[in-house]
Design a protein around this ligand. Structure first.
Ligand SMILES: [Zn+2]
Length: 311
């Protein structure tokens, strides 16, 4: 999904390009993405309105349009760009807004998991996950260690799950949560409650470090707004390739329904009671790849049963 560094780069560009442009037409190619909280067709609701701004909020992109608001949740694969109407439409085009300067705002989504909501202005409670947004991790005044520690002390989940909770932290997704944990040297499955002050300090420091570095890299590359630059990441999607720090092959495991990439040497398992893997559960030494697969599928559920019966 486009994550915070992608959106922090793309949203101001979209904002500049769309400022005060009027919507003249709407074509929805993939109706499955649409969620209208108001009566009428997309054209009834949107045509004739002008963009005033484009805003990022957690992993959403908000387009205020007077007394209504269009909210895009790009989810896994959604992306936004402005193109000339004469430019060929890509196969994954989900929705097009024709603008009064002959250009189009295009929303692409090749897995159609993203959503485009049209809601009354400010009715953020109508979009799951939009209303409650956590601490802005790039706001130095807001994201203090004391606040981060207070948040962490309330958590009953694993480090990766905590980092990805946008109602706690604004905002990390799958990719940058992995990168932050690598930077901090913390295993993605570590229970947050087991993290000591020193580890929390590392984690708190790693979050802005990783995001700012990514932001600079993306800005330097200056990709199109619908392009996702990820080739500079250290561990994400680098299964079996050497760790950039120690050379150990990067591993992949499942954490509460998400995949996590990590270096088993730089991010050692620290949970008391040992790691729950297929091999240990079955009482045999599982081959590397089977252990990973079992971890990904059955690991978190079994852990929940064994370790956190009250959750
Ligand atoms: Zn390593």
């Amino acid at each position: 999904m486009p994550e915070r560094p992608d959106l922090d780069y793309a949203v101001p560009i979209l904002g500049r390009e769309r400022a005060s442009r009027r919507i003249e037409g709407v074509v929805v190619k993939k109706p499955v993405i649409l969620r209208l909280a108001l009566p009428g067709s997309p054209a009834d609701l949107l045509v004739g309105r002008s963009f005033t701004d484009v805003v990022r909020r957690a992993h959403f992109v908000l387009f205020p349009l007077g007394d209504i608001e269009m909210v895009i949740a790009p989810m896994l694969a959604g992306r936004l760009a402005v193109h000339l109407a004469t430019q060929r439409a890509p196969a994954d085009l989900a929705m097009t807004l024709a603008l009064d300067d002959g250009r189009q705002l295009r929303y692409r989504d090749d897995v159609q998991m993203g959503k485009v909501y049209v809601i009354p202005a400010g009715a953020w409670n109508q979009v799951p996950g939009l209303e409650r947004v956590g601490l802005d991790v790039l706001d130095r005044a807001a994201f203090t260690f004391e606040r981060f520690k207070a948040l962490a002390r309330r958590r009953k989940d694993q480090a990766k799950v905590f980092l990805m909770d946008k109602s706690a932290l604004d905002a990390l997704g799958n990719a940058y949560a992995d990168e932050v944990l690598f930077e901090a040297g913390i295993h993605p499955k570590t229970w947050v409650r087991s993290l000591g002050d020193e580890e929390l300090v590392r984690l708190h420091r790693a979050i802005p470090q990783v995001l700012v570095r990514a932001g600079r890299e993306i800005a330097a590359r200056a990709p199109a707004t619908d392009e996702k630059v990820r080739d500079f990441l250290s561990v994400r999607n680098r299964h079996k390739t050497p760790c950039p720090r120690c050379g150990t092959p990067i591993r992949k495991a499942g954490v509460h329904g998400h995949d996590a990439f990590f270096c088993p040497r730089c991010q050692p398992e620290t949970r008391k009671g040992g790691i729950v893997t297929w091999g240990k559960l079955a009482g045999v030494a599982a081959p590397e790849k089977d252990a990973g697969a079992a971890d990904a599928e059955g690991g978190p559920a079994k852990e929940k049963k064994r370790r956190s019966p009250k959750r």
